[in-house]
Ligand binder design. Structure first.
Ligand SMILES: [Zn+2]
Length: 433
């Protein structure tokens, strides 16, 4: 359904004629047999539409743009779904990237990211394999849609995603769905003008990245998602918070994307959930990490390094784009956010203490990449370790999950009271920690 909606993300001619459009700076494709990703660098955010084209099998991405600063077809990095790609100006105001497929594929997700941390605005399109029959059906539907309505112009079949043909088709009036604009997050409750704190929950791993696995075949990615979904429902149910998820299904996101989503949505609290393996099998219990690049515990460092390499495992390492010199303003912000992160982690540990088995010294620091946002209080909760049999039993136990989720929700409420947020409940004096 999601992808079907995406294909209707066509634009109206009125908006088409607006101010100067962004330029396409660069386009890159990374592919494996299981997954491919197109990244288009832009001078600003824009709108796009996607169509499947048959004979030969291609995916076309039309982008509202002024110019294309690429002179020759790009080289695909890796081998698998996509065999070649090219980006050209298809007509005035419309660039087109065409991905030539080595096997049938479908768009799993597509979105535009705002410029951030020295990186330009980017259009991201992820492909996953599909069946031959499914591809042919999609291509036929896209062609019919482009040819539909009162526009029998044969040229439309050459450009199914073109705004000219779409404008007169039966779907031209469809408003682009949220999936096609800057923020791919799906808040569980509608925004209410920012009166409630926004909590972003980040179930660790997902998609081709399973995370840790138990001997019985259960994956960390499924455990973290189950906990996160239940926690979301509980937090939303209090009526005190807005909650958004970095993923609410079995989707792969890079660590950068998880951080970017929290920052772009100006989250008030970011909670990443994990259940990793630890170097020593007898280490067990829940623990909460906040970020400290200078943390010294060597086993915690091994743990964080393993997490930070999740993107390499999945084949999508992005360069670290932190500026060489950290501005003083950012440094001040970072310090305050670090204190808030620590306070929030402490409140959750305190709430867990009575009912949940905690690791010795449960409040810990390590250099987790996913906690790097300088402006969002962030923590990573290790619910337990998949390297310990007692923890595995707990992680798969519904009663234990209920206890943990209830405790985290209670700790979150405590934290927002501590920092003086008006949650509609009596405020208590802020504690110094
Ligand atoms: Zn993990």
């Amino acid at each position: 359904m999601w992808v079907a909606a995406l294909l209707l993300a066509l634009w109206a001619p009125a908006a088409w004629a607006a101010a100067r459009l962004p330029d396409v700076l660069d386009a890159r494709v990374t592919t494996t047999p299981e997954r491919a990703r197109l990244i288009v660098d832009l001078t600003g955010t824009t709108e796009f539409a996607i169509a499947s084209l048959d004979a030969p099998e291609r995916i076309a991405i039309d982008i509202k743009a002024q110019t294309v600063a690429i002179s020759s077809p790009g080289a695909v990095s890796g081998s698998g779904l996509v065999s070649a790609f090219d980006t050209v100006m298809a007509e005035d105001g419309r660039a087109r990237t065409e991905l030539t497929l080595a096997q049938p594929a479908v768009v799993q997700q597509a979105y535009v990211l705002d410029p951030i941390g020295g990186q330009p605005a980017r259009l991201i399109v992820d492909l996953i394999p599909t069946s031959d029959a499914d591809f042919k059906q999609r291509a036929a539907a896209d062609l019919a849609r482009a040819m539909g309505g009162a526009d029998p112009d044969p040229a439309s079949s050459e450009a199914p995603a073109a705004p000219a043909s779409a404008a007169s088709s039966s779907v031209a009036a469809v408003t682009p769905p949220p999936a096609a604009v800057a923020v791919p997050l799906r808040p569980s409750v509608p925004a209410t003008g920012g009166s409630r704190p926004l909590i972003v929950l980040d179930p660790g791993h997902g998609g081709i990245d399973n995370g840790a696995s138990a001997p019985n075949g259960i994956h960390e990615k499924d455990i973290t998602l189950a906990f996160a979904l239940q926690l979301r429902d509980l937090l939303v149910g209090t009526g005190l918070f807005d909650v958004a998820m970095t993923r609410d299904d079995d989707t792969y996101l890079t660590l950068n994307e998880r951080v970017d989503l929290a920052r772009q949505n100006k989250a008030d609290l970011f909670i990443s959930l994990h259940a990793d393996t630890f170097q020593e099998a007898d280490i067990r219990g829940a623990s909460i990490y906040t970020r400290d690049a200078r943390a010294t515990d060597i086993l915690d460092k091994v743990l964080a390094d393993g997490e930070n390499h999740a993107d390499i495992v999945a084949g999508y390492l992005q360069p670290d784009t932190k500026p060489a010199a950290v501005e003083m303003l950012v440094d001040l912000m970072r310090r305050q956010v670090r204190q808030q992160s620590y306070l929030a982690a402490q409140d959750i540990v305190n709430a867990m203490q009575p009912s949940v088995a905690l690791r010795r010294f449960p409040l810990r620091q390590a250099d987790f990449f996913v906690l790097q946002a300088p402006d969002v209080p962030s923590m990573l909760i290790e619910l337990g370790f998949m390297s310990n049999n007692a923890d595995i039993a707990n992680l798969e136990n519904v009663d234990w999950r209920n206890k943990v989720v209830n405790a985290i929700a209670a700790g979150v409420q405590r934290y927002f009271k501590d920092i003086g947020s008006d949650l509609g409940a009596p405020l208590t004096a802020a504690s110094g920690g």
